[in-house]
Design a protein around this ligand. Structure first.
Ligand SMILES: CC(C)(COP(=O)(O)OP(=O)(O)OC[C@H]1O[C@@H](n2cnc3c(N)ncnc32)[C@H](O)[C@@H]1OP(=O)(O)O)[C@@H](O)C(=O)NCCC(=O)NCCS
Length: 158
C-alpha cells in the first residue's frame, strides 16, 4: 500500500462535532469486524448511543482526517486506550501510529489497553510500539480470549 502523504493527514479533536458521528460509527464497526473477524450483532443506533453517553464523557477522542475523509479514531485517557480503529482500506499507512503517538504524548507516562488474542494485526501493531502483554483473560461479551498490554515511557537518564 502507498505510504501516507503525511501532509494531508490531520489529527483533530472530535469535540462535539456530532455531524461526524454516523461516519465514525460506521467506520469503527467495519474496522472492528475486519480486525477481530466477527460480525457485530448490535444495532448501529446502540453503538452511537454508547459513543455519546459512555465513550465521549469518559475519554478524550481524536479523529484522523485524510483529504476530508475520516480515516481513524482513538478514545483514550491519560492512563489507557479504550478504542483505536483505522478505516479498512487505509491500514498500514501510518494512521494508527499517529493516533497512538498522540495518546502517548498526552499520557501520564504509561498506558494500558485490551485487545483480543485472535487479533494478530493489533498485537503486532502494539508490540511494534513498545506495548508488552501483562495479563491474559477472557472477555465475556464476545466470548473471546483477551490480552492486557502495557506501555511505559522511557525515562531519560539523569
Ligand atoms: C491495528 C490498527 C489500528 C493499526 O493501524 P494502522 O494505521 O494500520 O498501522 P500503522 O500503519 O501505523 O502500522 C505501524 C506498524 O504496526 C505493525 N503492523 C500494522 N499492520 C500490520 C499487519 N497487517 N501485519 C503486521 N504488522 C502490522 C507494523 O510493524 C507497522 O509498521 P510497518 O508498516 O513499518 O511495518 C489497524 O490495523 C486497525 O484499525 N485494525 C482493525 C481494528 C483493530 O483491530 N483495532 C485495534 C483494537 S484493540
Amino acid at each position: 500500500m502507498a505510504a501516507l502523504k503525511k501532509d494531508h493527514l490531520t489529527i483533530d479533536s472530535l469535540k462535539f462535532d456530532f455531524a461526524r458521528i454516523d461516519e465514525l460509527v460506521r467506520m469503527w464497526r467495519e474496522s472492528f469486524e475486519f480486525g477481530v473477524g466477527v460480525a457485530d450483532p448490535h444495532p448501529i443506533a446502540e453503538q452511537s448511543q454508547y459513543l455519546i453517553t459512555k465513550l465521549i464523557p469518559n475519554n478524550m477522542v481524536r479523529i484522523a482526517m485524510l483529504d476530508g475523509k475520516l480515516v481513524g479514531f482513538i478514545a483514550a485517557t491519560r492512563d489507557s486506550i479504550s478504542q483505536l480503529y483505522v478505516r479498512k482500506g487505509n491500514h498500514r499507512c501510518g494512521v494508527g501510529t499517529q493516533l497512538l503517538d498522540w495518546a502517548k504524548a498526552q499520557s501520564s507516562g504509561s498506558l494500558w489497553l485490551y485487545t483480543f488474542a485472535r487479533n494478530a494485526v493489533a498485537r503486532a501493531f502494539y508490540e511494534k510500539h513498545g506495548f508488552r502483554i501483562v495479563a491474559r483473560g477472557f472477555e465475556p461479551t464476545w466470548q473471546l480470549a483477551d490480552l492486557r498490554y502495557e506501555w511505559k515511557a522511557q525515562r531519560a537518564a539523569v
